[in-house]
Design a protein around this ligand. Structure first.
Ligand code: AMP
Length: 395
């Protein structure tokens, strides 16, 4: 696996695919610069070597050229974060980009205009990728959030740098962290899988079953399992057509010696709302008209030691409807258990969608070993898929 440390960038122009798809307010000010900050280690290393940096990214989903999606809006914020003035090319290919790239001196940074102003980017057009490739000497991919897409700048471009391509620091960290959890993990290994549906997590469950010792199942998908086992789930969310599958998962887990931990009690509500009436009931005895929206206190008590005793923890999906304060307790408490285990030496990886949002919302991010930056990309990696953006660097 080639990383930044395999190259000396002195006198070289690095063209880096970053993910600067940041949120902007109505005055086009950056409201959350996390993604720009995340690219800093990669950029710093190249500048420190005496190289120059050409940054390329998408912003939003423009249909052709749309001023509101111009990356010009983030130039000053990027300059502020990097501590160097960032130059801007008002086009990502052609004469404007080529002249700006050619004029670039060691230590300088150039940001190209939005890649998605060209439909060729998402189509993975080879000629477009070749035009981008002309701008730099070494290709660096540091955009994990788009690594599962075979776009021109994330995948196709790599073929024009047969021996001059590598992962940026951020992308390398994502790959290493997942590898640590799934392939080189210290036992016992625990996977916590929550979220709304069995159907969206089934491939993840099947892929991780071979690699773990314990699996905590929570969130909405609980009820497909409980109903399949003969429980009464009231009005809780359930995929009736996945009940058979749920039983198969339980049988497979048993055969592989994986211990499954399903909730024993839930916070049941008479409406999907913060104003709902609630009661704690057994998970398999939910009254009609009530729905389970969070795990209950007995469940959390039981999960405490499972989490505490684990040495490697993967967390994907919330245990309840954490977006509503009334049903956030389970997710917060579990997050704290994982944080505690991490403090005691476990390796914890949070990734693949809503659990990342939950961890951030509840301020738990600094207490986890690693929080993934790419929702869809991490989910596909957890499913065991090879991401095109990663394969293109490895080939
Ligand atoms: P996912 O994107 O599959 O990880 O699902 C995350 C969503 O599942 C979140 O928006 C939660 O609100 C939702 N969720 C978690 N627990 C439940 C539940 N018991 N009933 C309904 N939705 C839930």
């Amino acid at each position: 696996m080639k990383t930044l440390n395999d190259f000396n960038f002195s006198g070289k122009k690095a063209i880096i695919r970053v993910d600067f798809n940041v949120p902007l307010d109505e005055n086009f000010k950056v409201t959350d610069a996390t993604r720009i900050e995340a690219a800093q280690p990669t950029i710093d290393k190249i500048l420190k070597d005496g190289g120059s940096v050409i940054l390329m990214s998408h912003l939003g989903r423009p249909k052709g050229v749309e001023e509101k999606y111009s990356l010009q809006h983030i130039v000053s914020k990027t300059s502020e974060i990097l501590g160097v003035p960032v130059k801007f090319a008002a086009d990502c290919i052609g004469a404007i980009a080529e002249e700006a790239a050619a004029a670039l001196q060691p230590g300088e940074v150039l940001l190209l205009e939005n890649l998605r102003f060209y439909a060729e980017e998402e189509k993975g057009d080879v000629a477009f990728a070749e035009k981008l490739a002309k701008l730099g000497d070494i290709y660096v991919n540091d955009a994990f959030g788009t690594a599962h897409r075979a776009h021109a700048s994330t995948t196709i471009i790599a073929q024009f740098f047969p021996s001059a391509k590598c992962f940026g620091a951020l992308l390398a960290k994502e790959i290493e962290s997942l590898n640590k959890v799934l392939n080189h993990s210290e036992k016992p290994v625990l996977a916590v899988l929550g979220g709304s549906k069995v159907s969206s997590k089934i491939t993840v469950i099947e892929n991780v079953l071979d690699k773990i010792d314990h699996m905590i199942i929570g969130g909405g998908m609980t009820f497909t399992f409980i109903k399949a086992l003969g429980g009464k789930i009231g009005n809780s969310i359930c995929e009736d057509d996945k009940m058979e599958l749920a039983l198969e998962i339980l049988a497979k887990a048993k055969a592989k010696n994986v211990q499954i931990h399903l909730p024993v009690d839930v916070v049941a509500a008479d409406a999907f709302s913060n104003e709902a009436n609630t009661q704690i009931v057994e998970v398999n005895n939910i009254p009609d008209g009530w729905q389970g929206l969070d795990v209950g206190p007995k469940t959390l008590e039981a999960l405490k030691s499972v989490v505490k005793d684990s040495k490697t923890i993967l967390w994907n999906g919330p245990l309840g409807v954490f977006e509503l304060e009334k049903f956030a307790e389970g997710t917060i408490t579990l997050g704290n258990f994982i944080a505690e285990a991490t403090k005691n030496g476990a390796f914890s990886l949070v990734g693949g969608g809503d659990s990342v949002a939950a961890v951030k919302q509840f301020g738990l991010e600094p207490r986890m070993s690693y929080v993934s930056t790419g929702g869809g990309a991490m989910l596909e990696m957890l499913e065991g898929k090879t991401l095109p953006g990663i394969a293109a660097i490895l080939s």
